[in-house]
Design a protein around this ligand. Structure first.
Ligand code: GTP
Ligand code: MG
Length: 441
């Protein structure tokens, strides 16, 4: 996602990262490159201009944080500004105090409304809500059918009617009667903003009295999507945006400009055609992703699904403090296992994705890792520095491995700990050498 933008921003920032002191010349050059990278990613030019001005101002007048070099600080400034460009904190959906919560989806033809309606229903059900779908698109003959098919796939009821307004009103009533607490209304698309359909949308909105109006935008259309959003804004107030087709070759322009141009944040992002491929949009994570800092938080979230809350919180706290014992090692390793194919999970760790190219993650090697850790005493796991030569021999014998393999694991843990510490400081770590080497054989 947004790979080319990420590469270019990193190329612009690269020369600054290691520098202890920044002169105006170096900053000016980096700002020029950042500007170009954003324009090439199809970010709105006014947005680019403001963005670069803000970054420059902060970069030149930066308060020097002791923990970061000036170069690292510029990277942090770019990250912060990217984050605030995409919105701060308010990307949650609003739920009505008196159910049902009604979510109205609007957008151009083919933007992905109908698919997004079903995806959103599925996402909300995972959060223990009880959604229903309403097909208010009676423009296209097959539209109702499409939503009904999707509803059937995920076993969520779909209501409709004979005209858009009546379908909306009755659909919501029926959903309510069945005890559904969220109703998602799918509306007719339009080729471009046209009076008749805008008028219909306004009437559907009045009938639905939605808690949220979400505009569905195709990210692949870049700036076009942003102008569409601007035109919608003039007629139908919307609270947020669902960006779709981020799995395609979207360059990032829509994601980065829409909040600045319309004032409404992206709330959800669709990253594929499958029905479970809709995610909440987190500006800070997206900024990290663009800057190639990996998606640590998404990873943590996945881990949370696999681990109990207490385990997770305790481990996170220790990792943040830069501690990483063999107990943590084992716990994270077991979590990884539960999270699914290892390679996919590893590729989300900052800096690891690239290094995994061409490497086979060998699950058998990892079982050996578990055996070695299990042969350690609780004290050894907690305080790995006590593991001396004779303990190494004992651990090797106990796990059916050899001292060399034990040594390898000991230094892998050290590397991991270093990596965790760097992450805590906001640096971009690399994959521990020992781990890649071990698996390259
Ligand atoms: N790759 C990819 N395809 C998507 C995504 N979201 C939707 N699509 C595809 O885009 C096409 C249009 O999606 P729909 O949901 O039918 O779009 P719509 O806005 O309801 O279209 P109309 O009802 O005609 O206005 C379908 O082929 C979807 O499978 C996505 O996130 N990624
Ligand atoms: Mg549709």
């Amino acid at each position: 996602m947004f790979d080319s933008l990420g590469d270019k921003l990193n190329a612009a920032l690269g020369p600054l990262r290691g520098r202890g002191k920044l002169d105006d010349e170096a900053i000016a050059r980096a700002m020029r490159e950042i500007r170009l990278a954003l324009l090439e990613a199809d970010v709105n030019f006014r947005v680019v201009k403001d963005f670069v001005a803000r970054v420059r101002e902060r970069a030149v007048g930066q308060d020097v944080l002791r923990s970061l070099t000036p170069g690292q600080q510029v990277v942090k400034i770019v990250h912060d500004e990217l984050t605030s460009l995409m919105g701060t904190g308010d990307s949650k959906l609003v739920f009505a105090s008196k159910p049902p919560t009604v979510i109205l989806l609007a957008g151009l033809q083919g933007a992905g409304k109908t698919t997004a309606a079903a995806k959103l229903a599925l996402l909300l059900r995972k959060e223990n809500r009880s959604p229903a779908l309403v097909a208010a698109d009676l423009q296209r003959p097959a539209a109702v059918d499409q939503l009904q098919q999707l509803g059937k796939q995920i076993q969520i009821p779909v209501f409709t009617g004979t005209d858009p307004v009546q379908a909306t009103r009755d659909g919501i009533e029926q959903a309510k009667a069945q005890g559904r607490d969220v109703v998602i209304v799918d509306t007719a698309g339009r080729l471009q903003i046209d009076e008749e359909l805008m008028d219909e949308l306004a009437r559907v909105r009045d009938a639905a009295k939605p808690t949220n109006v979400l505009l569905v935008l195709d990210a692949m259309t870049g700036q076009e999507a942003v102008s569409v959003a601007e035109s919608f804004k003039e007629r139908i107030a919307f609270d947020g945006v669902i960006l779709t087709k981020l799995d395609g070759d979207a360059r990032g322009g829509a994601a980065l400009s829409v909040k600045a141009v319309t004032g409404s944040p992206v709330k959800l992002a669709s990253v594929g055609e499958k029905l479970d491929q809709l995610e909440y949009f987190y500006p800070d994570r997206m900024a990290s992703r663009i800057l190639g800092m990996g998606d640590v938080l998404t990873l943590i979230e996945k881990a949370e699904e696999a681990a109990s809350d207490e385990d997770q919180a305790a481990m996170e706290a220790r990792m943040r403090s830069g501690e990483f014992s063999f107990d943590d090692f084992l716990a994270s390793y077991r979590m990884l296992r539960k999270m699914g194919p290892l390679k996919g999970v590893l590729s989300m760790i900052p800096g690891v994705g690239n290094q995994l190219k061409g490497i086979d993650v060998n699950e058998q090697d990892l079982s050996r890792v578990e055996a070695i850790v299990l042969s350690m005493t609780p004290q050894e796991r907690r305080m790995p520095h006590v593991i001396d030569g004779s303990r190494r021999r004992r651990i090797a014998a106990g796990s059916g491995t050899d001292v060399q393999q034990v040594n390898k694991l000991l230094s892998a843990r050290k590397q991991m700990q270093k990596m965790m510490k760097q992450m805590g400081r906001g640096k971009m770590p690399g994959l521990p050498q020992e781990l890649t080497k071990a698996n390259r054989r």
